[in-house]
Design a protein around this ligand. Structure first.
Ligand SMILES: [Zn+2]
Length: 172
């Protein structure tokens, strides 16, 4: 309760700070709204650029058990692999770790009554989901992602070095 009260008082300030941060942050892939709208579908745009969330269970990867790599659907950066994907029972694709720590960035999200940690792609700043602290070992984290924000490609992971996977250039 105390946390919520404190947050309400600071809300105005937080929002202002967040906006400043958003406009000053420059990503490797930087596009205008119009440019994003041209390369993304309506639902991709709503989630990736609008911070939206897709419906649970009615999405393409929540139950995908294939071996491979999940790329950012906006810029093609590799974000997750099937190695850290697990069945969370939430209806969204869930991972206990990203492909490497530098692939994602955390942001505070005040859009609901509780403060959540938003996950964005570190290359283009697009929203991909949220991270929670109720995941399995070894990290205890649950990266709850939107299928729409990801592009999956089947791959034999024992044959690729996931640290040096290149970016998919299809949408650059
Ligand atoms: Zn991206």
């Amino acid at each position: 309760m105390q946390q919520i009260k404190a947050r309400k008082t600071d809300l105005h300030q937080d929002e202002a700070a967040k906006q400043d941060q958003d406009t000053s942050k420059t990503y490797e892939v930087q596009k205008t709204k119009e440019e994003w709208k041209k390369i993304l579908t309506t639902s991709e745009y709503r989630i990736l650029r609008g911070g939206g969330t897709e419906l649970p269970y009615i999405n393409k990867y929540y139950d995908n058990k294939k071996e491979g790599v999940y790329y950012c659907a906006a810029c093609g950066q590799p974000l997750f692999t099937s190695k850290t994907k697990y069945h969370s029972g939430t209806g969204w694709p869930s991972f206990w770790a990203p492909i490497k720590p530098s692939a994602v960035e955390e942001k505070e999200d005040h859009s609901l009554f509780i403060t959540r940690t938003e996950i964005v792609c570190s290359r283009c700043g697009s929203h991909i989901g949220h991270v929670f602290h109720d995941g399995p070992k070894p990290t205890g984290l649950r990266y709850c992602m939107n299928s729409t924000a990801l592009d999956f490609f089947p791959m034999n992971l024992s044959k690729v070095n996931t640290d040096t996977l290149s970016v998919l250039t299809k949408k650059d």
